[in-house]
Design a protein around this ligand. Structure first.
Ligand code: AMP
Ligand code: MG
Length: 330
């Protein structure tokens, strides 16, 4: 974890009009531009269609690890700002086989996440979904996509990488896969307070990432750690067909994704078991009841990917107009 002085950061970010003139921030933005076009080119090249992401709606992704959603009055109905468009991807997949969107998300992350170096309260995900796919299929897309983007940035942005002093390595595919249960055991042996059945805390995840020289997957999370939309493995009850991709060098989580649960009754039960109301997810449950296409997909944070590529200490250096948890800035 990084120790951040919140007051100083607040002053610093209120003068972003100064930072924006610096060659380092310009280099980051040039690399980000190349990253965005690489992501789009890669996905279009394998048959994906880009769709427009919703920004508001009656319900949004509840699986956001302690962050708060933003609610507001929408013509007399309570609406949310998207914390992720995941529920909508499952709708889109009934029309097209492979879809993606650059989706803006708002999550009021807990104050202490300012010290992880990888949390913003406003960020963007490249969100994608593939009809009739398994989680192994979309992990393959994830590792090929990440490798494609890094190779292209190394070729097309070498001067910008040099300004930032970043020696970027080309990843080697296929990436290693570690089961959540084994990652937890390993971290417990190293003295981290990590429990089976739960998400891996930020500091422990950072350690795991630091102890790897290349990208790796963490797979098969327990049902108790993730949202109702991730599919339970029928041969392995209690375990989900889901995954995270982790950056090496301590940069932590890059991607989260899964095969989706699409059966109405199973999702309904999981919503209720999670203490939430069916009414809140009405349109989504109605869609499942009518029958929806099975799918798998993931989201990759654009600013986190930029941070890794540029080798930046803090994620707010990886976005022109950053919004950092607990900090009020332009
Ligand atoms: P999640 O579904 O919560 O795993 O989010 C999907 C991806 O979005 C993550 O793997 C990260 O790359 C990115 N992400 C999630 N939360 C944040 C955040 N607070 N700030 C920046 N990026 C984030
Ligand atoms: Mg995640």
């Amino acid at each position: 974890m990084i120790k951040v002085d919140k007051t100083q950061l607040q002053i610093h970010l209120s003068e972003r009009y100064r930072d924006i003139k610096k060659p380092e921030l310009k280099a980051v933005m040039m690399i980000q531009d190349e990253l965005l076009s690489s992501l789009r080119d890669y996905l279009r090249g394998i048959g994906f269609i880009e769709i427009l992401a919703p920004i508001i709606g009656p319900a949004t992704d509840p699986g956001i690890r302690g962050a708060k959603q933003v609610s507001f009055d929408y013509y007399g109905t309570q609406f949310k700002i998207m914390s992720s468009m995941i529920l909508y991807k499952q709708m889109a997949i009934n029309s097209m086989e492979k879809v993606f969107a650059l989706s803006p998300n708002i999550r009021l992350e807990p104050d202490e996440t300012i010290n992880t170096g990888r949390h913003l309260s406003e960020f963007r995900q490249l969100d994608l979904e593939v009809a009739e796919a398994t989680y192994n299929d979309v992990m393959k897309i994830g590792e090929d996509m990440v490798t494609f983007c890094i190779k292209r940035i190394k070729t097309n942005c070498s001067e910008d990488l040099e300004i930032l002093g970043r020696k970027l390595k080309t990843p080697k595919t296929p990436f290693k896969k570690i089961k959540h249960i084994d990652a937890v055991k390993y971290l417990q042996d190293k003295g981290y307070n990590v429990k089976q059945g739960e998400e891996i805390p930020w500091d422990a995840e950072g350690y795991l990432s630091k102890s790897h020289e290349d990208f790796f997957w963490m797979i098969d999370y327990p049902k108790t750690a993730r949202g109702f939309y991730d599919k339970e493995d029928e041969d392995n009850p209690g375990i989900l067909k889901d995954f995270d991709l982790c950056y090496p060098e301590g940069f932590g989580e890059a991607i989260s994704g899964a095969e989706r649960e699409f059966k109405y009754e199973k999702v309904r039960q999981r919503i209720l078991n999670g203490g939430e109301s069916e009414e809140h997810y009405k349109w989504y449950l109605d869609m499942l009841k009518e029958g929806t296409t099975p799918s798998a997909g993931f989201g990759i944070g654009v600013e986190r990917f930029t941070r890794y590529i540029c080798g930046l200490e803090h994620i707010w250096e990886a976005v022109p107009f950053p919004k950092v948890p607990g900090v009020v800035s332009p």
